[in-house]
Design a protein around this ligand. Sequence first.
Ligand SMILES: [Zn+2]
Length: 451
Amino acid sequence: MRCRTILPGLAIALSSFSALAVDTVVLQNARVFDGREDLGVVDIVVEGGRIAHVGDAGDPKWRDARRIDYTGKHVLPGLVSNHSHVGNTEGLEHGDRFYTRDNVVRDLRQFQRYGVTTVTSLGMNGEAFTAIRDEISNDATLGAQLYGAGAGIGAVAGAPPAQIMGLANDPVARPATPDQARAAVRSQKDSGVDLIKLWVDDLDGRFPMMAPAIYRAAIDEAHRVDLRVAAHIHDHAQAADLVDAGVDIIAHGIRDEAVSPALAKAMKDEGVWYIPTVSIDEANYLYAENPAWLATPFLRNALPAAVAARWSDPDWQSQQLAGANIPGARKAVETNLRNLRTLHEAGVSIGFGTDAGAMPQRVIGFAEHRELELMTMAGFTPAQALAVATSDAARLQGLDDRGLVATGKRADLLVLDADPLQDILNTRRIHAVWQAGRQVSDGPSDDAHAP
Ligand SMILES: [Zn+2]
């Protein structure tokens, strides 16, 4: 009797052992940036979706493993976006009517092709958000891993402005009283969101601002139910009051004035994260100003055909650059870069985000690589920018299973043909993307390897 019960168990143990052994892959001889520092040339052993070892893979137990020679390649953790959107666009249009499972998967696959393997969709998600998130978390072929804030909490008749954002069947909660704010937080908690998003912005005086009593109640209630709060802001005054109210994440850069030493100190002391999203304002003129970029596969392959066609039109380009909003957008970028430098130097924790996916000009995938470049314009070294986009961004989200090339972490990896620590533009030379221990993409284009 005993033997009969033990033998099947042993057989199961042996078969699962050999299944794991078959799954083992050794990535050999790559130069590795582990999310914090350059490790030099090492091997990475991938087993069962995780990193089993970083270093020399000469151990006999890996003798039969599949081996991939990455000599001359550069490996870093898959990028982590703390502020993006999915399922909000279709061609030249945007709005809540595009929030379908297939459009979310379309966007998450595009993030993944561009090396972004974890995405937080920070608001304007439809009701299907949690079901889609849960489906995708089990299947790396469906795109980047998704987290998010559900629909989020906005101002009554204010940000996010329903008309501008195309919210015909507006999913955003818009509480008019502190009690309604608390109820909105509890309802989003019950639906399974990962964090709470607030919009505190009057969009240059054009819309009513969410009242402090509303956001203070929402922050308090979110913390009571163990959720963190990310706030969309534009101006210093709102950022300062939100930090005073206990907000966890400032989700855009401060763009109206220089950040004060008092606010920098408060953010550092309270451990408040800061996601600059410098590319959000630049997206209003960047593509019109650089039409030659449209010929590069790295941008071209990120654009729906209708968008590429419109942006190629010289009339559109000159109209866009003559827009009344453009001087303000340029000034916002300058202020954002300056404040990013100030806050970084003050020791404030910086997160990684772009607002990609909210509108067609916030180009999924391309925006992330541009944001890395913009960070170097704010004084970050390439290694510092990449640490923000990997280990720090994972820490912002409380995801301790990723963001580092280290034993036990998820095998979410970006493999490049050239050294990103020498030149941040080399993040665009994508050779392969790995997610959960398997290669899921060879980058956004066939000829992306060309200089
Ligand atoms: Zn956003």
